[in-house]
Design a protein around this ligand. Structure first.
Ligand code: FE2
Length: 191
């Protein structure tokens, strides 16, 4: 929680550095985060948040580290990714320990991913402004050729995120097929 509070402070300061206001936080994004708070079982919540959400975010932060336009933003992304990787490792070891004592808990985890997907299926998924911003970030300039490159880089990012989720799920003992299905059900807003 201390790490996350620091991230909020640092990213907010970065946004306001040149006097700009923060962008949008969509109703879909907020509903997605609320499902994590509403989850009563700590291990289920840790699974959804740390293994799936924060794991996906590590890829996003590496992407920002690679493509951010200034050294301060790149450094912020690098340091936040290091914190998030630690949160993912904590979640993975917690889940591995719980599953070792209770292998049947895997079914509960799979059901939680499905229920969360059901609960959020009415939402629009990833805010289009966010998607466009990532493309522009990776493009680096406004020429059509650069935008096409940015688009391709965001497609690669999505693939890397899915592959990362799949690998972590398999490490927790899910079959390849189940891991693929659960990875595909993860929220489209990354978290
Ligand atoms: Fe985190």
């Amino acid at each position: 929680m201390a790490d996350e509070a620091r991230h909020i402070e640092v990213f907010t300061r970065r946004v306001r550095l040149k006097g700009r206001a923060p962008g949008l936080s969509s109703a879909g994004g907020q509903a997605s985060l609320k499902t994590l708070l509403d989850e009563a079982d700590f291990s289920v919540s840790a699974f959804l948040l740390s293994v799936l959400g924060e794991g996906t975010f590590v890829s996003l932060l590496h992407f920002m580290h690679a493509h951010a336009p200034d050294p301060v933003t790149r450094q912020i992304a690098r340091l936040a990714a290091r914190d998030e990787a630690r949160h993912v490792a904590f979640g993975m070891s917690h889940l591995a320990a719980r599953l070792e004592h209770d292998p049947g808990f895997r079914t509960r985890l799979a059901n939680a991913v499905q229920s969360r997907n059901d609960a959020l299926s009415a939402g629009a998924g990833l805010n289009e402004e966010v998607f466009d911003a990532l493309i522009l970030l990776a493009a680096g300039e406004f020429t059509p050729a650069a935008i096409a490159t940015g688009y391709a880089r965001v497609q690669t990012l999505m693939l890397e995120m899915a592959q990362g989720r799949q690998a972590r799920l398999e490490r927790l003992g899910f079959s390849k097929a189940t891991a693929g299905a659960l990875s595909a059900l993860h929220t489209r807003n990354f978290m």
